[in-house]
Design a protein around this ligand. Structure first.
Ligand code: CUA
Length: 645
């Protein structure tokens, strides 16, 4: 307590002098080329004022970044692609949200992705509430797929905490191609992937405890509610199996051997009020044995609930598929170190990180040793440790939410200190601004951790940016970790709310420049074209089928293949547009005025949209992505006849 008070005071001192000094030093830097003049400043404040680091992260116009950063968009529901080290936002990938620019949530192709994998209950809910899809999502954890512990550039998997979904983004086109709603689980939060031999399983934590199945029974009997852990097959996007656990699942991570997954759990008390949930000074981690689970499934030890094979992995279970290891109350981050051997559990309410040795879980599962004997270190790091990332050189970097700091510490030294040796594993603490959540280093979650850059995703920006009203941006900070000392390089305001980010070297990805015409993403349109005997790349045609009308047209700068079509009021109209330009970056769009219709057409893409022609009159459609000097002229008219007029 006295320590935190003392740190709090010294931290305020740093802020008081640091902000002024940083501003002045920054100005001085412009004039003198970055000479550090305030020698007496604390180290972190001085680093902020220097220009040298900025030069290192500066990517000049026309030059490319070295890394792709995949940022979650939090409750905006999207993913954002950043370039690192410039921290430039390169693109947005709509997933669980609607997007006015790309027509995500409007086009048939996107609606198919958004709806086909929902549970029957989810579909019934949307139908009963007159909605085509959920319009909100809460995307926390973007995770690139692995082969043998390294990023393989196939997919990015993302969770939706708001509507219990899992999404998959294809990294060749940077589009979401599959979304499923996970049955039985309530609120998908923690999400990590099988690292070995490959992804493989996507591990999804159902955070909240609910009755399983959640159909209106056991409403008043919360002791019988459960959290559900799910393994989804990343190739088929089907739930492979689920395990019912004790306590609330928080974050999880998998080992580098393909044997175990661990998850932090809070609320071991299984209460429903904050007082209940924190009554005990211990919570636990739960460790899942993949081999034991697969055997139990094979042996038929499951119960099928809502079409999914569900195993009992609660504390009372005799199946031997889980072990529970007590740790300090309310652990949060769960991070496998790139050394392949250690798992770091971040204390949150406890000022410690606990180090587990994955290799000891064999003996824990066979009953030779107790779960606590898999612990090889317990290091006091500061207040509010939430997540740990790694540089591949033996260090952990742990975010400290309450201290608003990142602490760099040495894993081996922490293990030696735990054995009683007199070493100080703490190497450096750096101030971040402010209240940091996730922290991620370049390739830090792979066996190829390269120790170059780290991002600190801060929940509050407070005084770091111009005041934009009562709602403030978050602050994502870039930190250079290539030297002995962490150096703060860049502040990046972000909106609602990048919980987490993963950073992938550009050598791992090779996205397409232009769509391939046989891409399955256009299946909705190609299926209809086949039925109608239409060639999407050539034909411009209106096909009437009762009160259903299908309009096929091409788009080639600066004209649509059809500059006019006529329908009747009340018709159900589907417009299919194919961008026949195969020039890189030559995108078109299709927007109908006063009809709420907009779709995106990247080069060689087809997209379609279905709507009721409910409003008679002349309605212009136009291309909304700038494509040509005559872009403004790229338009046409939908004529909607009203028989009664
Ligand atoms: Cu086509 Cu703008």
């Amino acid at each position: 307590m006295s320590k935190s008070d003392k740190e709090g005071v010294s931290r305020r001192d740093v802020l008081g002098t640091g902000l002024t000094a940083a501003t002045v030093a920054g100005t001085a830097g412009l004039v003198t080329g970055g000479a550090a003049v305030f020698v007496a400043q604390p180290e972190t404040a001085r680093a902020e004022g220097e220009d040298n680091g900025h030069n290192k992260a500066f990517v000049p116009p026309g030059k490319l970044d070295e890394y792709y950063g995949f940022w979650s968009g939090g409750h905006s529901g999207e993913v954002r692609i950043y370039g690192l080290p410039s921290m430039r936002e390169l693109m947005r990938i709509p997933v669980f949200n609607r997007c006015s620019a790309s027509g995500w949530g409007i086009s048939n192709e996107s609606l198919q992705v958004l709806t086909e994998g929902l549970t029957p209950e989810g579909k019934a809910f949307l139908a009963a509430t007159n909605q085509k899809t959920y319009v909100n999502g809460d995307l926390h954890h973007p995770r690139p797929s692995y082969t043998d512990g390294a990023y393989d550039g196939r997919f990015l998997f993302v969770n939706d905490k708001a509507n219990s979904r899992l999404g998959r983004i294809r990294l060749d086109v940077m589009k979401c191609d599959k979304i499923i709603q996970v049955p039985n689980a309530h609120s998908i939060h923690g999400l990590r992937l099988q690292r070995y031999p490959r992804t493989g399983y996507v591990f999804c934590n159902g955070e909240n405890r609910v009755p399983v199945p959640n159909v209106g029974k056991l409403l008043d009997d919360y002791k019988k509610w459960s959290s559900v852990f799910s393994a989804v097959d990343g190739d088929t996007m089907e739930v492979a199996w689920q395990v019912i656990v004790s306590g609330n699942l928080d974050n999880n991570d998998a080992d580098y051997q393909g044997k175990y997954v661990a998850s932090t759990c809070y609320n071991a008390e299984e209460g429903i009020t904050v007082a209940d949930m924190t009554a005990s000074d211990k919570d636990h981690i739960v460790v899942f044995s993949l081999a034991a689970i697969e055997k139990a499934i094979k042996d038929g030890k499951f119960e099928t609930i809502n079409g999914v094979k569900v195993l009992d992995g609660r504390k009372t279970s005799k199946l031997g598929i889980t072990v529970y290891v007590p740790v300090a109350n309310s652990p949060h981050g769960c991070n496998a170190a790139p050394d392949g051997r250690h798992l770091i559990i971040n204390g949150k309410l406890s000022p410690t990180v606990t180090i587990f040795d994955w290799t000891r879980f064999d003996d824990v599962f066979s009953g030779k040793i107790k779960g606590e004997e898999a612990i090889v270190g317990n290091l006091e790091v500061g207040l509010g440790p939430l997540h740990t990332t790694f540089d591949g050189k033996g260090h952990g970097y742990t975010s400290l939410f309450l201290d608003s700091q990142i602490v760099k510490w040495n894993i081996e030294e922490a293990i030696r200190a735990y054995k009683g040796e007199k070493v100080n594993p703490i190497k450096q603490k750096i101030d971040v601004h402010y209240q940091i959540g996730h922290v991620n280093a370049t390739h830090g979650e792979t066996k190829e951790a390269d120790g170059k850059w780290m991002v600190a995703l801060c929940k509050f920006s407070k005084d770091r940016f111009l005041n934009v009203g009562p709602m403030k941006p978050e602050n994502d900070q870039l930190i250079d970790i290539s030297g002995d000392k962490m150096v703060l390089i860049h502040d990046g305001p972000t909106y609602s709310e990048p919980h987490d980010a993963t950073i992938v070297h550009k050598s791992k990805l090779n996205p397409l420049e232009v769509w391939k015409r046989d891409d399955p993403f256009f299946k909705f349109s190609t299926d209809w074209a086949k039925k109608d005997g239409v060639k999407l790349e050539e034909d411009n045609k209106v096909i009437r089928d009762g009160d259903k009308v299908r309009v096929y047209m091409t788009a080639a700068a600066p004209a649509f293949g059809l500059t006019q079509f006529k329908v009747k009021k009340g018709d159900e109209v589907t417009v299919f547009v194919t961008n026949t330009d195969d020039v890189v970056d030559l995108a078109h769009g299709f927007t109908i005025v006063d009809y709420g219709v907009a779709i995106e057409l990247a080069p060689q893409a087809t997209a379609s949209v279905t709507f009721i022609a409910a409003k008679p009159g002349v309605h212009y459609y136009y291309c909304q992505w700038f494509c040509h000097a005559l872009h403004m002229e790229m338009s046409g008219q939908m004529l909607v006849e009203d028989a009664g007029v």
